[in-house]
Design a protein around this ligand. Structure first.
Ligand code: NAD
Ligand code: GDD
Length: 336
């Protein structure tokens, strides 16, 4: 008989991709979110609109399934998470703790929590040539305010449920994930999508604005690697936190150059030091991931950015054509 799973956050970026992945692997998938997906109809076998800050809704979400992939969160890039500490911390605390308890009560086989590289101490990430972060570096703790603090706390809660009750949990620390069908506008977008959007909207020879001086570094993981890693970690026996990211470090200025090259455009760069920048450098140490899985993300940034840029540029072109059609229709309607 096929396995069943619930993916929370299925109306979002990684959750949407995970639904597709699990269905391809023969799962019956229930998608749950507070909203429908932004870019097309849900692809889950069943999709329920639920608010997981409510315990009753968490119970409905997990009812009758074998595995719980808890990806729902109030989430965004550095601009968003550094500007809404109270609401993000409250919302995510409610979602994570109650989803864990509901899954435990329902006696599901496994529970996966989507944590973040934002759990790591700020002082270990204060230079661009950062030393890659190992799992044990998270303590002594000094996580990203709000969003990172909740992730670290919920990791511990998962650990306690495993140790005290034998409940199989997994905590996965994603490092900046990008790909098609992710938010690229509106304030929650992360750097790769934001930069694809800016380059797509910039004419040949124009200027792209970068937050900060462009020397800050990150590693970025393509979403196909992310969902593959999520599934492999869920099926493993490892319950402690694990990094899931690449160790291909790049600075943000280099990321802009790469996107411009993929777009086939010559652009200039300007730098806005007043914008949120987060840590100065962040990279993933995948030693433990390799030990546990014998696998790690392998899709190079250049390869992953090609479909990502093509999708975002396509979305922008469609929106521009739609706006043009509306502008063309307006005088006709006024004349009628
Ligand atoms: P996303 O914002 O696209 O998806 C999160 C989804 O959760 C959204 O669709 C949102 O509507 C839903 N949600 C929020 N509040 C809810 C509620 N009260 N009830 C039900 N659903 C609710 O984000 P994503 O990039 O797909 O991230 C998925 C998970 O991975 C999150 O837990 C996030 O913190 C974590 N993560 C992502 C990244 C990344 O780079 N994308 C990095 C680290 C961690
Ligand atoms: N968002 C964004 N938009 N960032 C930009 C831009 C832009 O136009 N231009 C430059 N940047 C810079 C930011 O200043 C930051 O230094 C870097 O690009 C990365 O920004 P983000 O992608 O927004 O966030 P992050 O890497 O600091 O944190 C993200 O990744 C974590 C996991 O690694 C966030 O999405 C967190 O929520 C997530 O947990």
């Amino acid at each position: 008989m096929s396995k069943s799973a619930v993916v929370t956050g299925a109306g979002g970026f990684i959750g949407g991709h995970l639904v597709t992945y699990l269905r391809r692997h023969g799962y019956h998938v229930r998608g749950v979110d507070i909203k429908y997906p932004d870019f097309g109809p849900p692809t889950a076998d069943e999709f329920e609109l639920l608010d997981l800050r409510s315990f009753e809704d968490c119970r409905k979400a997990v009812y009758g399934v074998d595995e719980v992939y808890n990806l729902a969160a109030d989430m965004g890039g550095i601009g968003y998470i550094s500007g809404a500490h109270a609401s993000i911390t409250f919302n995510n605390t409610m979602i994570s703790a109650q989803m864990l308890k509901a899954a435990f009560d329902a006696r599901v086989e496994r529970f996966l929590f989507s944590s973040s590289a934002c759990v790591y101490p700020q002082h270990l990430q204060d230079v661009p040539s950062v030393i890659p972060l190992k799992e044990e570096d998270a303590f002594p703790a000094a996580p990203e305010e709000g969003y990172g603090l909740e992730k670290l706390y919920t990791e511990k809660l998962c650990q306690y449920f495993t140790e005290d009750y034998g409940f199989p949990t997994r905590s996965v620390r994603f490092h900046n994930v990008y790909g098609p069908y992710g938010t690229y506008d509106g304030g929650k977008e992360k750097a790769p999508a934001a930069i694809c959007r800016k380059v797509a909207r910039t004419p040949e020879g124009g200027t792209v604005e970068i937050w900060g001086d462009g020397q800050q570094t990150r590693s970025f993981m393509y979403v196909d690697d992310c969902v593959e890693g999520i599934y492999r970690i869920m099926q493993s026996d490892h319950y402690g936190p694990l990094n899931l990211g690449t160790d291909e470090l790049i600075n943000i200025s280099g990321l802009v150059d790469l996107v411009a090259e993929i777009a086939g455009k010559t652009i200039h760069k300007s730098f806005d030091l007043s914008k949120p920048q987060g840590v100065r450098g962040r990279n993933s140490d995948n030693t433990r991931l390799r030990e546990v899985l014998g696998w790690e993300p392998s899709i190079h940034l250049r390869e992953g950015l090609k479909p990502t840029y093509a999708w975002i540029a396509g979305q922008i072109q469609e929106a521009q054509q739609e706006a043009q059609r509306e502008a063309d229709a307006a005088p006709r309607q006024a004349a009628e």
